[in-house]
Design a binder for this molecule. Structure first.
Ligand SMILES: Nc1ncnc2c1ncn2[C@@H]1O[C@H](COP(=O)(O)OP(=O)(O)OP(=O)(O)O)[C@@H](O)[C@H]1O
Ligand SMILES: O=C(O)C1=C[C@@H](O)[C@@H](O)[C@H](O)C1
Ligand SMILES: [Mg+2]
Length: 200
């Protein structure tokens, strides 16, 4: 990490207080991979919602879908994320569908800041093709599924506090871009709060 990013990381760590930085976005956007790097750079715990769900259910995500169906997975996901959000500061990689739930979105915004890792279809498909474990993509035409999810979900992910375009860069480069975006957002928010309290 260069000096400027280190400085920005320290500033983010300072401004985040005990809140959660929640990464949202589609499968393959890099929420887990970049989230882990980000947590390391900020010296914060890293929590992956999918891993927490697997621990709670004592089975992999794909098996939860198979055994109990998607609605039950969504209920479990919402309750696990609600619990995780009680223990900031931390970096949380949400599962791809979590932020689509309005109650989950609200609770994320009550307890922290959301950052959408957006990405183009080709990049997502390259990334997800490496692992065949994602239940929603177990389909003869995973690209069509992903395009449909882009249509349905991008307007909702856009409600996140921050958007960072996930590009074909290294994980470290992406983590630096995310740190800069967080620093800009949190600094602007803190200046705004300072101004409004001076006017009060
Ligand atoms: N910037 C990057 N450079 C290279 N590989 C990356 C990058 N970001 C992510 N990857 C790789 O792409 C794959 C998908 O990334 P990751 O698992 O982090 O996505 P995700 O957003 O957590 O998806 P899901 O919602 O399915 O959990 C992983 O193999 C990861 O290592
Ligand atoms: O986009 C989604 O709906 C999902 C993404 C993954 O993170 C997992 O939470 C699960 O495979 C569902
Ligand atoms: Mg993930």
């Amino acid at each position: 990490m260069d000096m400027a990013t280190k400085k920005r990381a320290a500033n983010v760590r300072n401004l985040i207080g005990d809140q959660t930085i929640a990464l949202v976005g589609l499968m393959g956007a890099g929420k887990s991979a970049i989230g882990r790097k980000l947590a390391l750079a900020l010296d914060l715990p890293f929590i992956d919602a999918d891993t927490e769900i697997e621990a709670a259910a004592k089975m992999p995500v794909a098996e939860i879908f198979e055994a109990y169906g998607e609605p039950e997975f969504r209920r479990l996901e919402a309750s696990v994320i609600k619990r995780v959000l009680e223990s900031g500061p931390q970096v949380l990689a949400t599962g791809g569908g979590a932020f689509i739930n309005e109650a989950t979105r609200d609770i994320i915004h009550q307890n922290g800041v959301s950052l959408w890792l957006s990405a183009e279809i080709d990049l997502l498909m390259t990334r997800v093709s490496k692992k065949a474990t994602r239940p929603l993509l177990k389909n003869p035409n995973p690209r069509a599924i992903m395009l449909d999810l882009i249509d349905k979900r991008y307007p909702i992910y856009a409600k996140a506090n921050i958007e960072v375009l996930s590009e074909d860069l290294t994980k470290d480069e992406m983590a630096c871009i995310v740190i800069k975006a967080l620093d800009d957002h949190l600094s602007a928010q803190s200046n705004q709060n300072g101004k409004s309290s001076r006017h009060a």
